[in-house]
Design a protein around this ligand. Structure first.
Ligand code: GCV
Length: 689
């Protein structure tokens, strides 16, 4: 018996339509059958038919009388319309401009011809994604009689970043321990394959298996001790079209005791990495490259040697280039030893200030990975100004589906609506094709080394994600990065149907809960974009001053008259880092959107928001409202008792009851704090302590 569930790949028994019932087997030519990814597609079809319809599909090399599912690869398969738009004429393409050719990668076409289902991929990955799409349609009981679908993934890289440590713990892990590592050993088992299936089924094509904080034994992942097992794991990923990545310790040459410097401009260092990469890439076949956190939160980096991040990244990029490797370099670089009395230093500026002057200096196989906002995955932040700030550098968007600051997978918080807002944000870097989505999909500047990464939310819990509803974020992240035009609600509904079946009531209740969950969480959390009112270090639960007198650059600056950080041109100037159109809005409290007002400005509690409410009344109202929303969610959820299996119902019920209590704790602590600070009572006379 496996100790894991099948999440959205349950393939539970369902009705077979007439056209599906006629499909008796799979046809796939011999050469293609030799491809491991195609073998995965075949196995998946067989597994799907076994579960959904209780029957076996045989595999043949050529067509016979019977109707079949015909698998093929045709590099020209996607229609012209599916290719990435031409490079915008107003902007210079980054690197070589092979956009048109490259953009066909990983695409698929589904069609029904003479009763046969054709699944055609532009390559093996495309074929696998087409297979999963077809199986999704069968699971959702869609009519396939006129099957016709063509899709090309919008983001070239669709990546998960695991923060798993070699000792088996997971940094910011809320669903058990690692299934990649136990007690400093690499684990490869049936769960590895199930994970790869889940990831590939939503279009993930790259996975970083270990924490960006590479310490102790993790530094040894690039040594003989681990190559065998890592290669085994990478091979399984490869069978599902997923490139294998690892996080790297920038100071590995020193920490492995082989050199006394990691200076990127030292020839010995460069030679060491060249030799090391030769060794690693020859031992781990399906290796895509490395993710690096340097000069950040105590991790080593080029600053130690007076060098820039371009020096550091390019030195590594050169070493991996012969193997087609990529270096993904994080921009989460800031001073984490700030004095809270220092009003000038602004953590929000730091990513921008550390990187903007390096624009154009990075090698073609370097991608800068930028968090969605300038701080750190708060419930509400503005979009990071490096998007649209840089015009000559490959960029990738980093989001976090591990809900570090959004309820830690004990509260439900469906994050896809937030990610949609981020992707749609207009940067004004040029006249058209200037949204974050355009930039990280390669549309704006014509590059292919770009995409989206999410800090993963899985662990060895039976259901993978702790809260059953947190799996919607895993599913949703993959689907969104493949197809950003899907609405958050469409994705939610698809996930619900795949996971819980097609019952109308279940669909209506769970989709309403998911769609209300981020707004509810934002309501009872820190107000108006200010963030951070959490217990230090583990980041769970309210603590308004938890980070106020600390070293992390995370302040709300509340006194008895007002609250917020002045990031306007009078203050830290952060608001001016955006292109003029956005800067003009953020810099002016009268134009700044309410939900970000305290992020950008220090305002009196009596200031009237665009909503017509004062800030203090807004704080009270939203906190009462947030709890009401949770109460409604819980009430609605309880009506599903006879619709869901007891195991999953009880698991969720326990978390919902906790959320109900905990949302009250948030409400009461925040409201009481501000009532005590300001002495201004709630207009509606509700209970505040
Ligand atoms: C992996 C935040 C988290 C850290 C995390 C860091 C990062 O600070 O709290 O746990 O470290 O972000 O993204 O590197």
């Amino acid at each position: 018996m496996n100790n894991f569930e099948a999440a959205w790949l349950r393939y539970e028994k369902t009705k077979e339509s007439e056209s599906v019932a006629k499909l008796s087997g799979i046809v796939c030519d011999k050469k293609l059958q030799g491809n491991q990814i195609v073998q995965s597609a075949i196995r998946e079809l067989q597994e799907g038919f076994r579960g959904l319809f209780g029957r076996e599909l045989a595999v043949a090399e050529s067509c016979c009388e019977n109707r079949s599912i015909i698998l093929s690869v045709d590099p020209l398969c996607p229609a012209e319309s599916l290719q990435t738009a031409e490079v915008s004429p107003k902007t210079e393409p980054i690197g070589n401009s092979q956009t048109k050719k490259e953009s066909r990668k990983e695409s698929y076409r589904l069609s029904m011809q003479n009763g046969n289902v054709h699944i055609t991929g532009s390559d093996a990955n495309g074929l696998l994604y087409g297979t999963f799409s077809f199986l999704r349609k069968l699971t959702l009981q869609e009519d396939i009689q006129n099957l016709q679908e063509e899709k090309a993934p919008v983001m070239p890289l669709r990546m998960l970043n695991h923060w798993d440590n070699m000792d088996g713990s997971i940094e910011r892990g809320y669903s058990g321990d690692s299934f990649f590592f136990v007690k400093n050993e690499v684990v490869v088992d049936e769960r590895t394959r199930m994970y790869a299936r889940l990831a590939a089924s939503v279009g993930i094509n790259a996975v970083v298996i270990n924490n960006v904080n590479v310490k102790e034994m993790a530094t040894y992942m690039i040594t003989e001790k681990y190559f065998g097992k890592l290669d085994d794991m990478a091979e399984i990923f490869g069978e599902y079209g997923i490139k294998f990545y690892m996080s790297l310790n920038y100071a590995a040459p020193v920490e492995l005791g082989e050199l006394d410097t990691a200076d990127p401009l030292d020839e010995n260092v460069s030679n060491w990495w060249h030799e090391k990469m030769h060794e690693v890439f020859s031992r781990i076949q399906n290796l895509g490259g490395f993710l690096i956190k340097a000069d950040s939160e105590g991790r080593p980096g080029p600053f130690t040697y007076g060098r820039t991040h371009a020096d550091g990244a390019n030195m590594l990029a050169d070493a991996v280039a012969p193997y087609g490797g990529k270096i993904i370099w994080r921009c989460f670089v800031y001073n984490c030893k700030q004095d809270w009395r220092d009003l000038k230093t602004d953590r929000a500026r730091s990513g921008y200030d550390n990187f903007i002057h390096l624009d154009g200096q990075f090698a073609e196989n370097v991608i800068l990975q930028v968090k969605n906002g300038p701080m750190d995955f708060q419930v509400r932040e503005p979009v990071h100004p490096l998007f649209g700030g840089m015009t000559k550098t490959n960029e990738m968007l980093e989001v976090q589906i591990a809900q570090e600051y959004t309820g830690q997978q004990r509260h439900v918080c469906y994050l896809i609506p937030m990610f949609k807002e981020i992707l749609k944000f207009k940067t004004y870097v040029n006249q058209d094709a200037d949204t974050v989505c355009d930039i990280v999909s390669g549309k704006t500047f014509g590059q292919t080394n770009c995409g989206m990464a999410a800090v993963a939310n899985t662990g060895n819990d039976e259901n993978w994600t702790g809260h059953d509803l947190a799996a919607a974020n895993f599913y949703g992240f993959g689907r969104l990065s493949f197809e950003p035009d899907l609405s958050a609600e469409e994705i939610a509904k698809e996930w619900i149907a795949m996971t819980f079946g097609q019952d109308e009531k279940v669909m209506q209740v769970l989709s309403k809960i998911l769609m209300n969950s981020w707004p509810a969480y934002e309501n009872y959390n820190a107000p108006l974009g200010i963030g951070w009112m959490v217990n230090p270090s583990y980041h769970y639960g309210p603590n308004v001053d938890g980070y106020e007198y600390d070293r992390w650059g995370t302040y709300h600056r509340a006194d008895h008259l007002g609250i917020g950080v002045d990031r306007s041109h009078h203050g830290t100037g952060y608001a001016t880092l955006y292109h003029e159109e956005n800067a003009a809005i953020y810099d002016d409290p009268a134009k700044c959107p309410d939900e970000l007002l305290l992020f950008f400005h220090h305002m009196p509690y009596t200031h009237v928001l665009r909503s017509g409410k004062t800030i203090i009344q807004h704080i009270y109202d939203t906190h009462f409202k947030g709890v009401e929303m949770v109460d409604e969610m819980v009430e609605d959820f309880l009506t599903l008792e006879d619709k869901l299996d007891a195991k999953r119902f009880n698991r969720m019920k326990e978390r919902f009851f906790h959320q109900k209590e905990h949302a009250r704790e948030w409400r009461d602590q925040i409201n009481s704090y501000f009532y005590r600070k300001t002495g201004i009572p709630d207009e509606k006379g509700r209970e505040i302590f």
